[in-house]
Design a protein around this ligand. Structure first.
Ligand SMILES: [Zn+2]
Length: 116
C-alpha cells in the first residue's frame, strides 16, 4: 500500500469545492459526472488487468503478486475517489422546502421533522 492518501483527499475536496460553487454550478456538476464516468471506466480496466494477472499466474506459475498488489492499490484509490465525489443525496423539507441531507431527522432551517 503506497498511494498518497493526502493527495487523494485533496483531490476529492477540490472536486467537491468545484461541485458546490454557486457560480457555474451546472457546468461543474457535469464535469464531476464526466470525471466519475472516466473513473468507472478505469476501475473496470483495472479489474480486468487484475483478473488477467491472476489467470496468467495460475497458468504459468509465475509469481505476479507484485503486479497484483499494485493493481489492488490502484483499484482502492479509484474506488475512494468515486466515493468521495459522489453527489450529496438531498431531500426537501415538507414544511419550508429547504434542501436537507438525506440522513438527518430534522430540517436545519425550520426544525420540522423529516422522514428518514
Ligand atoms: Zn424546513
Amino acid at each position: 500500500m503506497e498511494f498518497n492518501f493526502d493527495s487523494i483527499v485533496a483531490g476529492a475536496k477540490d472536486l467537491f469545492d468545484k461541485a458546490s460553487t454557486k457560480a457555474g454550478e451546472a457546468i461543474d456538476y457535469s464535469k464531476v459526472q464526466i470525471d466519475r464516468s472516466q473513473l468507472r471506466v478505469k476501475l473496470k480496466e483495472k479489474y480486468t488487468e487484475l483478473g488477467k494477472a491472476y489467470y496468467a499466474e495460475k497458468m504459468t506459475g509465475t509469481d505476479r503478486s507484485y503486479a497484483m498488489d499494485k493493481l489492488v492499490d490502484e483499484i482502492t484509490e479509484i474506488k475512494f475517489k468515486l466515493e468521495e465525489s459522489e453527489p450529496k443525496k438531498v431531500k426537501k423539507c415538507p414544511q419550508c422546502g429547504a434542501e436537507c441531507a438525506k440522513d438527518i431527522a430534522f430540517c436545519g432551517k425550520c426544525g420540522a421533522k423529516l422522514d428518514v
